[in-house]
Design a protein around this ligand. Structure first.
Ligand SMILES: *[C@@H]1O[C@H](CO)[C@@H](O)[C@H](O)[C@H]1NC(C)=O
Ligand SMILES: *[C@@H]1O[C@H](CO)[C@@H](O)[C@H](O)[C@H]1NC(C)=O
Ligand SMILES: *[C@@H]1O[C@H](CO)[C@@H](O)[C@H](O)[C@H]1NC(C)=O
Length: 454
C-alpha cells in the first residue's frame, strides 16, 4: 500500500507544472554536504563543548559528585532523511566524557554516547520569501553510558546522575546545536533573490513561486526568474503552454536545476537590441569582398545600377523577441529581422539602400557553465526564410541570394551574436552552490544542470 502511495506522490510531483520558470531539486548528496559544511562553519562542536562544561542554571548540583567537567566531545556524525511533505529528519550522533570526583574521593568518569534527533521542517520565510528550515521535537537519546565505577558500586549515585542530570540537562545543552546549524543552512539561501546583472542591459533575480515541497528523495523548490530591463520593465515570461518536467531517470540522491526554455528566452530578450548591427568591413573572414561587384554576381540588377564597384554596408535589425527552442539534445535560437545592404552612389559619401530583406534564421546553441554564469555559443543552422521588402534597384529574385546571405550570417553576424552572448546569464545563488562541476543536459523545453557538491 505504502509504495502505491509513494508512486502516486512521485507522479504528482514530477507532473507539477512549473512553467514558466525554473525548478530546483535538492537531493540528499547536496543536503548532506550543506548540513556538514554548516556544522563546520558554525563551530558547533566547540560551542557544544563549552556549553556542556557550563553550570546549567536551575540544575541542582549533584550530591556526592564534585568537580564536574565535560571533555572530549566526539565529532558528531550527522544522518539526514527526507520526510515527505515535512522536511528533513536529522540525527546527530555524538558523545562525551564527563568527569568528576565521587564523594568517596575517587576519580569518576562517565562516557556517554548520544543521539540528538529533530525534524527540520521546511518552510518559506514570510519576511524574505526564502526557503527556511525550522527544527521541531528535538530529543536526546542516550545510546550508551559507560563508567569506570564498578557496576555494583554506587548504582544509586550513577542512576540518579543519569536521571536527574543527563536526561534533563542534555536536551537544553544539545538541542540549541541543531538550531545553530540550521541558522547556518538558512543563511545560505540569502542570495537566492539577489539582483544579478546581465551586463549593462538588465537584471535577473529568482523568487520562490510556491512553498518548497519535500518528497521521499528530494526537496523541490519552484523558482520564478524575474527578468528586468535596465529601464525597469519586467519581461513577461511567455507560457510555452508545455509542461516543464525533469526526466524521471535521474540517480536517486542527485540534485538538478532545470531552467525552462521560456526563462532563457526572456533573458535573451534583454539582449535583443545588442543583436542589431551595422557592418562596413570590406573583408570579412572567408567571404568574398563586400562590394557591389561581388553582389552583382548574384543579382545582375546591381551591375546596372553600379558600374563602378563600391563597398557594401550591411545593417541587421532584429525585430521580434529572440526565441529559444529545446528538444532532447538540441537547442536553437530563432531570430527574425531585416537585413539591409547599402552602398554609396557615384562619388557621394552618403549610403543609399540597395534592398531590404526580411529574414528568419536559426542558430544552434551550445551551453556551458563558467563560474556562476550560463554561457551560450551559437553557430548558424539555417536561413529559414528570405523575402524582399524594398529595393532601389528594381525587382529581383531574392532567392538567388540565399547562399550569399547564409554565408554572410555565418561569417559576419554569428560572431557578433556570440560576442554579445559572452555576458552570460547568472545562475541562482543558493547554498553557496559552486557550478564548477555541473553537467548539462538539454531536455524537452528545458536545460538541466546536474549539480554536484564539491
Ligand atoms: C543513534 O544514531 C545512529 C546513527 O543514526 C543509529 O544508527 C542508532 O541506531 C541510533 N541509536 C539510537 C538508540 O537511537
Ligand atoms: C552573498 O553574496 C555576497 C556577494 O557576492 C557574498 O559575499 C556572500 O558570501 C554571499 N552569501 C552567501 C550566503 O552565499
Ligand atoms: C571552480 O571554483 C573555484 C571557486 O569558485 C574557482 O576558484 C575555480 O577557478 C573554479 N574552477 C574552474 C575549472 O572553473
Amino acid at each position: 500500500m505504502l509504495w502505491l502511495l509513494y508512486l502516486a506522490l512521485c507522479r504528482l510531483l514530477t507532473d507539477t507544472r512549473a512553467d514558466p520558470g525554473a525548478l530546483l531539486r535538492l537531493g540528499m548528496d547536496l543536503m548532506n554536504h550543506e548540513v556538514q559544511s554548516a556544522m563546520d562553519e558554525s563551530h558547533i562542536l566547540e560551542k557544544m563543548a563549552a556549553e556542556a562544561g557550563k553550570q546549567q542554571p536551575g540544575v541542582k548540583p549533584i550530591k556526592g559528585i564534585t568537580d564536574l567537567k565535560v571533555k572530549d566531545v566526539l565529532v558528531p556524525v550527522i544522518t539526514l532523511n527526507f520526510v515527505p511533505e515535512v522536511g528533513i529528519y536529522q540525527c546527530v550522533s555524538t558523545g562525551m566524557t564527563i568527569t568528576g570526583k565521587s564523594f568517596m574521593g575517587g576519580y569518576m568518569e562517565i562516557i556517554v554516547v548520544l543521539n540528538i534527533t529533530a525534524t527540520n521542517r521546511l518552510l518559506q520565510d514570510e519576511e524574505t520569501g526564502l526557503p527556511m528550515f525550522k527544527s521541531e521535537g528535538c530529543e536526546v537519546i542516550l545510546v550508551s553510558v559507560k563508567t569506570n565505577l564498578p557496576s555494583n558500586m554506587l548504582p544509586k549515585v550513577v542512576n540518579k546522575f543519569l536521571d536527574s542530570t543527563l536526561h534533563k540537562v542534555l536536551p537544553g545543552m544539545m538541542c540549541p546545536a541543531i538550531d545553530a546549524v540550521l541558522v547556518y543552512v538558512n543563511k545560505k539561501w540569502a542570495n537566492l533573490s539577489a539582483l544579478m546583472s546581465v551586463g549593462q542591459v538588465g537584471t535577473v533575480k529568482y523568487v520562490l513561486s510556491s512553498i518548497p515541497v519535500t518528497t521521499a528523495s528530494y526537496i523541490q523548490v519552484n523558482l520564478n526568474p524575474v527578468v528586468q530591463q535596465q529601464e525597469g520593465n519586467t519581461i513577461i515570461l511567455s507560457d510555452a503552454g508545455e509542461e516543464l518536467r525533469l526526466p524521471k531517470d535521474y540517480i536517486e540522491g542527485s540534485s538538478q536545476l532545470l531552467l525552462s526554455v521560456t526563462s532563457l528566452t526572456a533573458e535573451l530578450t534583454l539582449l535583443k537590441k545588442s543583436f542589431n548591427v551595422k557592418i562596413r568591413d570590406k573583408k570579412i573572414g572567408q567571404l568574398p569582398p563586400q562590394t557591389t561587384k561581388t553582389l552583382a554576381g548574384f543579382i545582375p540588377e546591381v551591375a546596372h545600377a553600379y558600374h563602378k564597384s563600391k563597398h557594401l554596408a550591411t545593417k541587421i535589425k532584429i525585430n521580434k523577441p529572440p526565441k529559444v527552442t529545446m528538444k532532447t539534445g538540441k537547442s536553437q535560437l530563432h531570430l527574425h529581422g531585416t537585413l539591409e545592404m547599402s552602398a554609396t552612389r557615384r562619388k557621394g559619401k552618403v549610403l543609399s539602400s540597395l534592398f531590404l530583406l526580411e529574414i528568419h534564421f536559426n542558430l544552434n546553441i551550445q551551453y556551458s557553465v563558467h563560474g556562476d554564469r550560463l554561457q551560450m555559443v551559437t553557430s548558424l543552422n539555417r536561413l529559414l526564410s528570405l523575402s524582399r521588402k524594398s529595393s532601389s534597384i528594381g525587382a529581383f529574385n531574392e532567392q538567388g541570394l540565399t547562399g550569399f546571405i547564409t554565408d554572410y550570417l555565418q561569417e559576419a553576424y554569428v560572431p557578433v551574436v556570440n560576442d554579445v552572448l559572452q555576458v552570460g546569464f547568472p545562475l541562482p545563488d543558493f547554498l553557496g552552490m559552486n557550478y564548477n562541476r555541473t553537467e548539462l543536459d538539454i531536455v524537452e523545453n528545458g536545460l538541466v544542470l546536474n549539480l554536484k557538491s564539491e
